[in-house]
Design a protein around this ligand. Sequence first.
Ligand code: F0G
Length: 457
Amino acid sequence: MQHNPEPYRIKMVEAIRQTSREERLRLLEQAGYNLFLVPAEAVFIDLLTDSGTGAMSDRQWSALMRGDESYAQARSWFRFYDVVKGITGMEHVLPTHQGRAAENILFSEISKPGLVIPSNSHFDTTRANIEFFGAEAVDLVVPEGHDLHARLPFKGNMDLDRLEALLKAKGREKVPLCMLTVTNNTGGGQPVSLENIRGASALCRAHGVPFFLDACRFAENAWFIQQREEACKAMTVGEIARAMFACADGATMSAKKDGLGNIGGFLALRDGALAVRLKSALILREGFPTYGGLAGRDLEALATGLEEVQDEAYLAARIGQVARFGEALKAAGMPILEPTGGHAVYLDARGAFPHIAPEGLPAQSLTVALYAEGGVRGVEIGSLMFGRTLPDGTFQGADLELVRLAVPRRVYTDNHLGYVAEVAGEIMRRKGTYGGYRIVEEPPFLRHFSARLAPVT
Ligand code: F0G
């Protein structure tokens, strides 16, 4: 079969509006050419993120109505706890309002100056939380993870040789914890194999270092394992997910991704003593341990979402849609990171706009072009996000100049994404006409969220 249709049909729709090119050019100027500052209502196809932007099912909407809003020991908490424990096998669950809150609570206890916390690739908020409390965040993804075009099955894997060298050199005194992000968002949404998860876990156990998963996209990762890892072909996605978590001592999760919710997250732990210490931070920052940062109704919707996300027909349709989107973009002449990952297609802006130097922010130029030409919003992951000006005044660009087009779950049809590919094709036909951008105003940190830019003339 060529088609793998979505195992659901549409019951409710939300109107979206296309704007005129003139209107978009005006809005871009008002927003300082920063897509984070453009009103969402003026975006036609919004691929800024797959986080919290998914469509809930009829089961989830009805679960909201069953939310028990009791302050302590609510029925909805027990439902959420049972589902999370069923997937992770972890006894201690701390609900939070989103993933970074779970990271903040964990690292407020674990991260200290002089310590090192490795990962395949830390997501921005994970890195920021680790660095905020003083430790160094180190990325140890396999070398092929940096190769945009190597068509390999598990480009999100941890480089086990480098992990072992780090563990040997520093020991458990200096490495308080090791993270592994599944799928590897920073590295293009690429999956990590079960063999690699087991290998990283075994190395950490041998050195007495706790091993944690950043599990935002655990189901998408499990699906890739089932499709691509010979030894796991006969396992269900649910079995693979449990095998992944069985390797870990704990996990952080933003349930805004594979929880199929609009808000929510959790921290799961095996270590009861650590859980007791972290619960104090949870109460201070989020709320009583049986609701954390969430309403009872959110806990209900997430419990149902965490069950639904393991449906293999859903995962095949979802990841198949991302792959078809990648093919359509390539056919339109747009260079992309390959193979496509689980949740997004990453455009290679250096390949698309080779005439724009890193200081001209080529990935931002492509992001602006997508909005100007088609009302499409993506996110720049290039020199606007990671570039910096050195003390001697020279500009150090990012390693890669990417634009991420993240696909919200159960929201857009292939027709919407086909339109985005058509817009990309138009841009590629006229690529020489797009120029660079310069920053005219920037905050001291996380500048990509609020910087204002101007076209270079
Ligand atoms: N870890 C990973 C791998 C993520 O992708 C994210 C969020 C987080 C942690 C933090 O979770 O947003 O709930 O606090 N990623 C979003 C994105 C923002 O667009 O990729 P959060």
